[in-house]
Design a binder for this molecule. Structure first.
Ligand code: ADP
Length: 290
């Protein structure tokens, strides 16, 4: 299947905020994690790909399809779960999916029923298909969100910050569902939660202040920090000193002790212990530009 190729995308809002600065990404089939802090430009990028807004410069191409020239063609093959996802609380999931299928042009009643039933099974909501959406838990709503994004059998699925507010069990179930979808389609998962990306995505990028700072597989990205990460347990009152003297990327309390992670090209001293990097470390290092 064809990759999604984003080239040199830039967007400045009227208030002067540069939300995207020369963003270029190549996104193949599978789960792609777009990681970055709030304000990084993720939603702007997602909405631009979904043709809900336009960039000032740059191109988006899905296979042969130029998205700016043929936005309607893109919409036909797009499934989108936005950050703010409105539901009709008094409708059941079955009724709303059926309605959305009508809107997507599936006119044959029997065909529509088969599609809706299959989707409800796929997201594990079949047994509650008659229940009102307003009574759904956060996790059920998000799974319904995936079902509605899949009605038109899309080639490209975009999910924007989907796990906010889900408990760990719901989050896991949601991950499993997404990775199944990613076996057949391009799935872009935008998130500020490192764990969302770590376990799930075959490719990823980190964004900050409108720019892509690194992209690749999570393993490649973690390797960028290998051999440069050190850990030390210090006294709480020494933290300021360490922050001045070293490139501290994280500090946390563990069992009452203060632990710092430091980046250094050479061994920073005998009391430091070399550490295997994980994605959280890389993320912090990239965001802090350490
Ligand atoms: P993220 O999804 O990573 O949190 P956004 O794309 O929502 O980032 O925002 C990127 C930047 O653009 C932020 O500084 C945000 O305040 C700003 N921004 C987003 N939407 C608008 C808008 N419609 N008008 C002006 N500024 C905006």
């Amino acid at each position: 299947m064809d990759d999604l190729i984003i080239t040199n995308l830039s967007k400045t809002y009227r208030n002067g905020v540069k939300a995207l600065r020369h963003v270029s990404l190549q996104i193949p089939k599978g789960m792609f994690g777009l990681l970055g802090p709030n304000g990084a430009g993720k939603s702007t990028l997602m909405r631009t790909i979904a043709t809900l807004q336009e960039a000032d410069h740059g191109e988006i191409q899905l296979g042969d399809l130029n998205v700016k020239v043929h936005p309607n063609e893109l919409r036909k093959v797009l499934g989108y779960l936005p950050q703010q996802f409105g539901l009709y609380p008094s409708l059941s999931s079955e009724m709303l999916l059926n309605h959305l299928a009508v809107l997507k042009g599936i006119v044959n009643r029997q065909e529509r029923k088969e599609i809706v039933d299959a989707l409800l099974h796929r997201v594990n909501l079949y047994s509650v298909r008659k229940q009102k959406l307003g009574e759904f838990s956060g996790g059920m709503k998000q799974r319904f969100g995936i079902a509605q994004a899949l009605v038109n059998n899309p080639k490209l699925v975009i999910v924007d910050e989907p796990t906010a507010g889900l408990d760990p069990v719901e989050r896991n179930r949601f991950y499993n569902l997404l990775s199944e979808v990613g076996e057949q389609t391009i799935v872009i998962l935008s998130t500020h939660i490192v764990d969302d990306v770590k376990e799930l995505c075959t490719r990823m990028a980190i964004m900050n202040t409108g720019k892509v700072i690194i992209q690749g597989s999570p393993i490649e990205i973690i390797e960028s920090l290998q051999g440069r990460l050190y850990e030390k347990t210090i006294n709480k009152n020494e933290l300021d000193h360490y922050k001045k003297e070293y490139r501290v990327i994280s500090d946390r309390l563990y069992l009452g002790k203060q632990i710092v992670h430091v980046i250094s090209d050479t061994h920073p001293g005998s009391d430091f212990k070399a550490l295997e990097a994980n994605l959280e470390d890389v993320y912090m290092a990239q965001i802090l530009n350490a």
